[in-house]
Write a protein of this length. Structure first.
Length: 137
């Protein structure tokens, strides 16, 4: 089960399970490391190597919220949203790619891709067409 992120969620805000429509990876999902006292963000090959693989999950957009609808439903303060979008753009992200929901999602209902050694995504799981929540958009 995938659950909404709860770390660093301000009081009064509802945790969000975030998804991205970015075709390769969501730039804000990259992890940072401190090396010799210097903080830097890992690139995708480094993340793949350090994590011994990467996984991404897809979920039907019709079941997700985005933009001001997501912000308002999650009670994200406008100043917080503005700060998130500014920081994201500095990392090369597009906040228009952001989607989310406030409830847990079963992995069984997700499309699951794993990054292969050649750094290309390979589909490893897909909900069957006769199961609920399986549109591939």
């Amino acid at each position: 089960m995938l659950c909404p992120a709860t770390a660093h969620v301000p009081a009064g805000e509802k945790p969000v399970l975030w998804f991205s429509a970015h075709p390769y990876y969501e730039p804000t999902a990259r992890k940072a490391v401190t090396e010799m006292g210097v903080l830097r963000v890992l690139d995708i090959p480094e993340m793949h190597k350090r994590a011994k693989g990467l996984v991404r999950f897809g979920y039907p957009r019709r079941l997700l919220l985005r933009g001001s609808n997501l912000r308002q439903t999650a009670n994200i303060h406008p100043d917080m949203w503005r700060g998130l979008t500014i920081a994201a753009r500095r990392q090369g992200a597009n906040p228009d790619d952001w989607w989310g929901c406030l409830e847990p999602v079963l992995v069984y209902d997700c499309v699951v891709d794993v990054m292969a050694e050649n750094l290309r995504w390979e589909r490893v799981a897909q909900p069957s067409d006769d199961e609920p929540g399986t549109d591939k958009d």
